[in-house]
Design a protein around this ligand. Structure first.
Ligand code: GLN
Length: 300
């Protein structure tokens, strides 16, 4: 059977779009319209307006093959961002490969929380926006969190770590493309092994899915996000334990540790951080109301 039933040379762009939406819907894909538009645009190298203004143009067989190849990948539940190799985060266009977690909108909550701290909650309530802040991002993946912060904090410098060399290469590439590389060093290591502080702000979206839960996730996540970026061990908390063990020695006085949480992990992570000598604040919720970010300081 054809990948997109009905699609053939001499189909119009509008027809191709309609057939793709139909095929994606049938396959239970969550956002069939948006996905069809993005993939069609990518295959034909047309933006949204061009797709619209050329809706009646007829496709040739080479174009149909290109469209079918991308649609086949989406039907195998590869996320559109991976097919495009691009994902927007905090309005920054980031390259993504199979070696990094696709940055999620939820994680922008962590960026917001970090910027809030810088603007309002800094040392003695001083606005730290223009200070030479030192940032550490543990498990940076595509570099999303670090690069969003460096974009906002023009005098800050950062260290970004990841256990995956391939991920660090992606993050560094993003930093270079965005003109931020001069303010960040990228280190391949577990958590923060070999990294010396002090840091004013430590951020992390660590792997936090309990090992046995990975099998229950959507195929887009389960089969396409790297296991290293998801798997938080038996109870999902391994990375938080490792971060808690290192945080005190890495934080500057008055500095902050901020982590993203998985659903239902607030109490357990609060406990781990409290036991490591930190004071933990109220969580910050994401747009869905889920407690998503926990913030901790050293107890004086
Ligand atoms: N937010 C991701 C998900 O739920 C998980 C990322 C992580 O483990 N940090 O799919």
């Amino acid at each position: 059977m054809r990948i997109i039933p009905g699609l053939k040379a001499e189909s119009s762009i509008a027809e191709a779009q309609r057939l793709m939406v139909q095929a994606f819907k049938l396959a239970g894909i969550e956002e069939p319209e948006a996905d069809a538009r993005l993939l069609l645009g990518h295959a034909l190298r047309l933006d949204r307006t061009q797709l619209f203004s050329q809706a009646d143009r007829l496709l040739d067989s080479r174009e149909v093959s290109a469209i079918s190849a991308l649609a086949a990948r989406r039907l195998k539940r590869e996320p559109v961002s991976r097919i495009l190799g691009r994902k927007e985060f905090w309005s920054l266009p980031l390259d993504v490969t199979g070696d990094v977690l696709v940055p999620r909108p939820d994680t922008e909550t962590l960026v917001e929380a970090a910027l809030d701290f810088v603007v309002r909650g800094g040392k003695g309530l001083k606005n730290l926006r223009l200070e030479k802040l030192r940032l550490l991002d543990i498990g940076t993946g595509s570099g999303a969190i670090m690069l969003a912060l460096l974009t906002e904090l023009e005098n800050a410098t950062g260290v970004a770590t990841d256990i995956s060399k391939a991920a660090i290469d992606v993050a560094r590439g993003n930093a270079e493309r965005l003109g931020l590389a001069a303010r960040c060093s990228f280190i391949v290591c577990d958590i923060a092994d070999g990294v010396t502080g002090p840091f004013d702000l430590i951020v992390s979206n660590p792997p936090y899915i309990a090992h046995d839960d990975i099998a229950t996730l959507e195929p887009e996540v389960r089969e396409h996000d790297p296991a290293l970026a998801l798997d938080g061990g038996k109870d999902g908390l391994d990375a938080y334990r490792a971060i808690a063990a290192r945080a005190a020695s890495l934080l500057a006085p008055g500095g902050r540790l901020m982590v993203e949480l998985g659903i239902g992990q607030e109490d357990a992570v609060r406990d781990l951080f409290t036991k490591s000598g930190m004071t933990v604040g109220a969580p910050r919720a994401d747009l869905a109301g889920v407690p998503r970010v926990l913030s901790a300081t050293l107890r004086p």
